[in-house]
Write a protein that binds this ligand. Structure first.
Ligand code: NAD
Length: 463
């Protein structure tokens, strides 16, 4: 009998398992894949960032002459890029096995299904077995959603999985959806030479971000030669011998066609809850998503849910991890704070990167806050000049009277790292005033943060 059995070993499940081990609980993890790590490690966060890094390196070499570094005959070894990506995945999957050994976490290979009353069926390579646990944590993650009526085709109509291992860089790539998946793959393949066209149904790229960030990304993508068609409603996709043909209605309601060698469908992810035995419990999923209380407990006693399957929770690895810590702390009887969903960093690794936390300006105004905004462009930051990366800005959204920081929105160099300061600031309830008197080292990109806060009162020194 396990104290806790976790189904799924992604960033939700493995973090929960290690914490359960640290609490001295007897813990098992059911994993259907031979390797630990889930989508994030194998077909999500990690491989995409490895490919994005390769694109960064290639770009540096291509434009090295601007910085006095001249290289001839720079070329892409695609097989080596994919090989390095795979090595990174393997290394970290092995690392997880080591961590599991260290924390006495048992791995049970197979597909887990709830049978009710603390019993879980595991269908594994050696057949069926039943496992008992005092608590179960569901951490089964999600998979790419397809457009209705469209079948994926591993050769030409791709999801986040197939696009990671293409034999060659496609001449042209169409991308449906300008969320994180869409814009990250646009940034990978454009820089390796593909003609990239994005079709986004909503009026702007990265629609969950602040509107100024979307506008800046559209501008930068245009400069890079990425074609963004927003307000584009995809109606039909046909596989022709010469190309994949996408029929869509443009923003003016006119019928348009796009012909591409490969098509990536990046229109969101659906929770993996169809066949995990929810019907044997009191859990009533909402379009596949599992409702939970603030401590991740479901309607079924002793069953918790974390990560991409949770209703009204953003599908992000670091959210899954924190939800895992909350669930384990709760079931282990430790003091634990629920996740504050307004303090979650969003990091999108397109070029330029985006890092954001808290409310956008429009959301803050809609919530009725008296809003003050400070904005500072990287064009006036000396470290950005040194890096040769000037595009973008930092935008701070603050409450006018008490200087509460409501949100921070960064697009530009190292935005995914810079946003961490803002998460800490908001988490520790720093104010605009305390951030204005925080010393930022010189020369750094984070100096732009100090300038952005000062800009709220028209006091930015460098801009
Ligand atoms: P998403 O929901 O973030 O974006 C999908 C986009 O597709 C939306 O902008 C939507 O308007 C658009 N869309 C939907 N149907 C369409 C249609 N028929 N025609 C044109 N556009 C259409 O989904 P995603 O980008 O697939 O990502 C899935 C999840 O994974 C998200 O929660 C995302 O945040 C997460 N993710 C995060 C990262 C990161 O943090 N760096 C990276 C990848 C994915």
């Amino acid at each position: 009998m396990y104290d806790v059995l976790i189904i799924g070993s992604g960033p939700g499940g493995y973090v929960a398992a290690i914490r359960a081990g640290q609490c001295g609980l007897k813990v098992g993890v059911v994993e259907k894949n031979p390797l630990l790590g889930g989508c994030c490690l194998h077909v999500g966060c990690i491989p995409t960032k490895a490919m994005l890094h390769a694109a960064d390196v290639y770009e540096l070499f291509l434009h090295g002459a601007e910085q006095g570094i001249e290289a001839e005959n720079v070329r892409v070894n695609w097989a080596r890029i994919l090989g390095r990506k795979n090595q990174i995945i393997q290394k970290h999957a092995k690392g997880l096995e080591g961590l599991f050994r260290k924390h006495k976490v048992e791995t049970i290979h197979g597909y887990g299904k709830l049978l009710g009353k603390g019993r879980v069926e595991v269908k594994g390579p050696e057949g069926l077995r039943e496992v008992e646990a005092k608590n179960v944590i569901l951490a089964t993650g999600s998979e790419a959603r397809m457009l209705p009526g469209l079948d994926p085709d591993p050769e030409r109509i791709l999801t986040n999985i197939e696009i990671l291992d293409l034999e060659q860089i496609p001449k042209s790539l169409g991308i449906i959806g300008a969320g994180a998946v869409g814009v990250e793959f646009a940034s990978i393949y454009r820089r390796f030479g593909s003609e990239v066209t994005i079709l986004e149904m909503l009026p702007r790229l990265v629609p969950v971000e602040d509107e100024d960030v979307s506008a800046e990304l559209a501008r930068q993508f245009r400069k890079q030669g990425i074609e963004s068609r927003t307000g584009a409603r995809v109606e039909q996709v046909e596989k022709r011998p010469e190309c994949v043909e996408v029929e869509y209605q443009d923003a003016d309601g006119r019928a348009q066609k796009l012909c591409v060698e490969k098509l990536l469908v990046a229109v969101g992810r659906k929770p993996n809850t169809d066949s995990i035995g929810l019907e044997n419990t009191a859990i009533r999923a909402d379009r596949g998503f599992v409702p939970v209380d603030p401590y991740m407990a479901t309607a079924e006693p002793g069953v918790y849910a974390i990560g991409d399957i949770v209703a009204a929770s953003p599908q992000l690895a670091h959210v899954a991890s924190m939800e895992g810590l909350v669930a384990v702390g709760r079931l282990a009887g430790k003091p634990v704070r629920p996740v504050n969903y307004r303090r979650i960093p969003g990091c999108t690794y397109c070029e330029p990167q985006i890092g954001s936390v808290g409310l956008t300006e429009a959301q803050a105004r809609k919530e009725g806050y008296p809003v003050k905004v400070g904005k500072f462009s990287f064009a006036a930051n000396s470290k950005a000049s040194i890096l040769g990366s000037h595009g973008g800005f930092i935008k701070i959204v603050a409450e006018e009277k008490y200087g509460e920081i409501l949100g921070a929105h960064i697009i530009g160099p190292q935005a995914t790292e810079l946003v961490c300061e803002m998460v800490t600031a908001i988490e520790s309830e720093a104010t605009v005033e305390s951030m204005m008197s925080t010393i930022h080292a010189h020369p750094t990109l984070s100096e732009a943060m100090g300038d952005a806060f000062n800009a709220i009162y028209g006091l930015a020194i460098n801009g």
